[in-house]
Design a protein. Sequence first.
Length: 372
Amino acid sequence: MIKKYLAVLGRLSNVSLAELTSQFGESVRKIGPNLAVFESDKKPNINYFGGSVKFGELLTTSPVDYLLSLDFSGKFIIGISDYSKDSNRHKSQAEAMKIKKILSRQNRSCRVLANSEATLSSATSHHNQMGEKPGHIEFLKVGREFYTLIGVQNITAYKNRDQKRPMRDAKVGMLPPKLAQILVNLLGPLPKDSRILDPFCGTGVLLQEAALDGFSVYGTDLSDRMVEYSEKNLNWLKKNHDIKDFKVEVGDATDFQWSLDIDGVACETYLGAPMSQPPLEIKLKEQKQECSKIILGFLKNISVQISPKTPLALAIPAWLRPNGKYERLNILDEITKLGYNVEKLNHLSQEDMLYFREGQIVAREIIVLRKK
Ligand SMILES: C[S@@+](CC[C@H](N)C(=O)[O-])C[C@H]1O[C@@H](n2cnc3c(N)ncnc32)[C@H](O)[C@@H]1O
């Protein structure tokens, strides 16, 4: 049955919106700066989406009727997150107290989680196991609509995957697992027996996330040290998760012949030298040339090795300039000439597809391509 869902988008909501669109198609609509709704016949699992922090399912009854319909007889713990335009902490708390009062008239006990704002933070929802533990129910309110929380970003799992993997490298291995998930999702819905290639695999963050999604993964990298790191990290993941077999090997992405069939390519390409301040003009020019050469060389090399319509999701570098804006590589025209179409998602412009932390010097521009 097709149902309506609400997504509370994380930081950089445009990239998050693109992620949802690539999985749920044109039903995805942005309804606020960090809110989107979409329809699906499958319950979305937040654990597979790097760009959303909460998912809710539209209620067709009142919150109280919903609570009373549950097969649960203990004490409810409830929370209200009001995402409406005119929301505030007091209104949201009052709404929760109203529910508590009606429940108590029905001899049902209930504790209301205190809000310090109109909405509960995803950390509060996660730590209180809202939507997860029986009776721990959070309602997401938007205007007159109520959604029940069906998933909140699992901060603990992300932290563990990022910090507990045995092999890390501060210079290359800083791809956040959430961005890795976004890149994998930007490939669109793929059959679970698909194989995803990361030709700049580094320490294997993207391979890890794609493997957890259920895909077969194949990683290559110029550096034998990085290939060894990826292999160790994937073997570590395999100890606690049921992941498919994987392959990693040394290869220069600009001339390598990949030995396995490839159904999708997702990667953070070479991003140039790490930087702690905006580069001087001459340095920037040199970095842009070096990165363009490697990225275009890779796209030219792989174009004859993949089938038409194969999707590719790439994070490529963009550099912060003294005026506070990011300078991009601007290689989309050249990429098109190599036999790829640049995908547009949810009417977002390419300018919207930047992923960075405040003040970060080397940002990532996300491009989604499809082999013609
Ligand atoms: C920004 S890092 C990617 C980090 C990676 N996402 C991770 O999870 O650690 C870029 C990687 O590209 C590799 N690299 C650079 N030039 C390459 C080339 N021509 N072919 C293949 N890999 C290359 C580097 O060794 C480095 O590991």
